[in-house]
Design a protein around this ligand. Structure first.
Ligand code: NAD
Length: 441
């Protein structure tokens, strides 16, 4: 079966019909989809095993991004996110990217960085030399701590020593780079660091400090490129060429200004985090790594940049991305398991390239909106549904109230409450028939 992620009209059909379409597109059993997502995908008993002091579970919407093609393969991409417009924006932008052939992606080997801090070092340079001279024996010792991983083709690959501090607080940071295969790797790497730390301290005549991974896993980066033809970027008001100029201008702004870069990167993480959460991965780890990487040369910079190349807009994204398809709790969470099944990824590197591609799509959608009609038009139209819900609308009322407050350009709780009274008819208490003053707060 050739998988497709192009499902026209998907957003217009019911939740039930969408499940049937996803089942057809991915080969996942429809019952399995229903069962895996029942009650937010996590029962209380399982939740109680995950964390401490559990008194319940917390639901979030589970959607799918469509049109995503990475390295020639189509993926229906699960996204868990509470913010309106994120899933729609990623799907729309992925459709534009598809017109240029889809995303081209590469991922480094899944190398995590373990850090062992050594303190009370008398002669840093000499200690560093002694450690480096023992590299081979230390890597063997490290592998001894992670036999299961070594059996699967992973293991310690390299070692580096960094001198830190001044004469008063001289310390060494020993980095061991571990290929974690399909695991995110935090526990594996932490256990290994604890095992080799006493040997490192002995060699360096120093004391053991911290022993833990670094979330700045810059040896585990993904790089995504997309080429979008000008014509598909055009809007009613602007030509594709004008949109390209606007997006390049927005990219330059982020490259020059950390205040803009933070928001630019937030837009990228909208897409990435949603996939990270849907697949049961550690989004705090991903966030920490992304932002540390963005500031690696001393100035906080955009993770993705955009340039014109002839009549194409070309986007490039690079960031560290430590995702697993095994380990942690992700095989225990039914919804996370379903996500991996829908994605049909064969390894953790492939998962990282898909999550990052959705991040680049999210960035494109945001920049195109900002460079044309502004972010609020599309965003607020989708936000209107949440406002309608907050006003108490249920069932069909939600869409009707949302449409009314969008048309009135007054997407406020008060307007939604008034609209709901109108929808419910004169019998509804205090129906006024007006949506109040047009405001855009
Ligand atoms: P883990 O402890 O579950 O280890 C992965 C396990 O999967 C290992 O036993 C490994 O041998 C096994 N495995 C099976 N098939 C594999 C394959 N194909 N490739 C690799 N391993 C395979 O999980 P982990 O990935 O070591 O740790 C992830 C967890 O650690 C996450 O829950 C994360 O939140 C947490 N954590 C994060 C931090 C941090 O980011 N700072 C710190 C501590 C813990």
């Amino acid at each position: 079966m050739t998988r497709t992620s192009r499902l026209p009209g998907f957003y217009k059909v019911s939740v039930e019909e969408r499940r049937a379409l996803v089942s057809e597109a991915t080969g996942a059993d429809e019952d399995e989809i229903v069962r895996s997502l029942e009650g937010g995908g996590l029962d209380e008993e399982t939740a109680d095993k995950f964390v401490e002091n559990v008194i319940g579970t917390y639901g979030l919407p589970y959607g799918v991004a469509l049109n995503v093609r990475v390295n020639g393969s189509d993926h229906v991409v699960p996204m868990v996110v509470e913010e309106p417009s994120v899933v729609a924006a990623a799907s729309n932008a992925a459709r534009m990217v598809r017109e240029g052939g889809g995303f081209t992606a590469e991922a480094d080997a899944p190398l995590m960085t373990a850090q062992v801090q050594l303190t009370h070092v008398r002669d840093r340079a000499a200690a560093k030399e002694r450690i480096l001279a023992s590299t081979r024996a230390l890597l063997e010792l490290a592998d001894g701590a992670i036999p299961g991983l070594v059996e699967r083709g992973g293991g310690a690959r390299d070692l580096e020593v960094r001198e830190l501090g001044s004469d008063e607080d001289a310390m060494l940071a020993v980095h061991v780079y571990v290929d974690c295969r399909d695991a995110m790797g935090a526990n594996l790497v932490n256990g290994m660091a604890e095992r080799i730390a006493p040997n490192l301290a002995e060699i360096a005549s120093a004391r053991v400090g911290l022993r833990i991974l670094s979330n700045l896993c810059d040896r585990r980066c993904v790089r995504i490129v997309c080429r979008v033809p000008a014509k598909v970027l055009a809007t009613e008001e602007m030509s594709g060429d004008e949109v390209i100029d606007g997006i390049v201008n927005a990219s330059r702004f982020a490259e020059l200004d950390p205040y803009r870069a933070a928001t630019h990167n937030k837009g990228i993480m909208n897409g990435i985090d949603a996939v990270v959460i849907a697949t049961g991965n550690d989004w705090r780890a991903v966030e920490a790594g992304a932002h540390a990487f963005a500031a690696r040369d001393g100035q906080y910079r955009p993770l993705a940049t955009w340039r014109r190349e002839g009549d194409h807009l070309v986007g490039r994204l690079e960031l560290p991305l430590a995702l697993g398809t095994v380990g942690g709790t992700l095989r225990v969470h039914p919804a996370a398991r379903l996500s991996l099944r829908l994605l049909a990824v064969t390894n953790a590197q492939e998962l990282a390239t898909i999550a990052a591609s959705v991040g680049l799509a999210s960035n494109l959608a945001a920049l195109r909106a900002l460079a044309t009609c502004g972010i609020q038009r599309g965003h607020m139209a989708l936000h209107a549904r949440s406002v309608a819900l907050a006003a108490g609308a249920t069932g069909d009322e939600v869409e009707r109230v949302a449409t009314m407050i969008v048309e009135a350009r007054n997407i406020t709780l008060e307007a939604a409450q008034n609209a709901l009274r109108v929808v419910r008819g004169p019998a509804a208490e205090g129906a006024s028939g007006t949506l109040g003053e047009v405001t855009l707060d």
